[in-house]
Design a protein around this ligand. Structure first.
Ligand SMILES: [Zn+2]
Length: 340
């Protein structure tokens, strides 16, 4: 099969690799319909995270089940499935509490890499959710988005307690931030403030339900949020970047008693204890338990009530994965979809 491999920062190649095979009896092999590049793939691409060369890339996937192991009961060949970036049994106490990304059996969801023609998914019954039927082609990008960015933005909004009567601010205008805007709107928030200085991203935020755009960042961004909220700060703030500046911007934009949902993978973030103590904000976040939300998100997509696939503003064949990485690295694209 063809699959993307990172050899060093800035060096992604699509190569011929071994087809994945069933290893454990709970595995499934999925033939991907589409895959994509994640913002988190850019950390090793930029040399900020170390690269173990060669690394098969990609953890977002949706496609048709090709084969299953002997102990797989509910997932069958021929089904179209969506899974999360972490595999989970969906039966342990942690999973049943809704934190499948901390499953006691947690392991990578696309074990052999998701930017490829096929991938091996462990714990298939717990990890994968089948759609009602094989989807129309135009639904595939949105179903793929459910596998990570939509689920992550959704968790950010849920963790921030977005809902009716609450003002939500979103720090970060990448695909996750934009989909947190969509999630906050779906969850009933009346006012949703998107923080973005990039016009195409502002437009998509407005389309997804943002009521206000704030272009300032850092302390100026915090001041602007306070201005828009009677000096108090937002009830709910989603942090979708993962830097020191964005995390502090999120905490300081939140009113006392409010909630921060942080879903940007933290890189060198240090929280000042005393400021945190006196801020009175709730902090809740981490790797999004996408599996918790998948049935609901698939239903919303299937019935065409949401269109998260719009975050893919670049579509390339899998063989052009290197260009997809470049375009996202240079912020020429919000998110690149790879047709398999
Ligand atoms: Zn579990």
């Amino acid at each position: 099969m063809r699959g993307a491999v990172m050899h060093a920062p800035g060096d992604v190649r699509v190569e011929t690799r071994d087809d994945p095979a069933i290893v454990a009896p709970t595995d499934a092999i999925v033939r991907l319909s589409a895959t994509c590049v994640c913002g988190s793939d850019l950390w090793p691409y930029r040399g900020i995270d170390p690269v173990e060369s060669p690394t098969p890339m990609g953890h977002e996937y949706a496609g048709i089940v090709e084969a299953v192991g002997d102990e797989v009961r509910t997932i069958e060949p021929g089904q179209f499935v969506v899974g999360s970036f972490f595999a989970s049994d969906n039966t342990c106490e942690i999973c049943r509490a809704g934190y499948q990304t901390s499953c006691v059996q947690r392991q990578p969801g696309a074990a052999t890499g998701g930017q490829a023609e096929y991938t091996r998914v462990p714990l298939a019954d717990g990890t994968l959710v089948a759609t009602p039927d094989v989807p129309a082609d135009d639904l595939v990008p949105s179903l793929l988005a459910a596998s990570d960015v939509l689920g992550t933005g959704w968790f950010g909004a849920v963790a921030a307690e977005a809902g009716p009567g609450r003002t939500v601010a979103v720090v970060g205008d990448g695909a996750v931030g934009l989909l947190a805007v969509l999630a906050a709107t779906q969850l009933g928030a009346g006012r949703v403030i998107a923080m973005s200085r990039h016009e195409p991203r502002q437009e998509l935020a407005l389309e997804y339900g943002a009521t206000d755009i704030v272009t300032e960042r850092g302390d100026d961004g915090v001041a602007r949020i306070k201005e828009l909220t009677g000096g108090l700060g937002a009830h709910s703030v989603v942090e979708a970047v993962g830097t020191q500046e964005s995390m502090m911007q999120a905490i300081r934009s939140t009113r006392p008693g409010g909630h921060v949902g942080y879903v940007g993978v933290a890189h060198d973030v240090q929280l000042p204890g005393e400021e945190l103590f006196f801020s009175h904000v709730h902090l809740h976040g981490g790797p999004a338990p996408v599996r918790r939300f998948l049935p609901e998100l698939i239903d919303l997509i299937w019935n065409r009530r949401i269109d998260p696939g719009k975050v893919f503003d670049l579509e390339l064949p899998l063989d052009d994965a290197a260009e997809a990485y470049r375009a996202m690295d240079e912020r020429r694209a919000i998110k690149a979809l790879l047709r398999v």
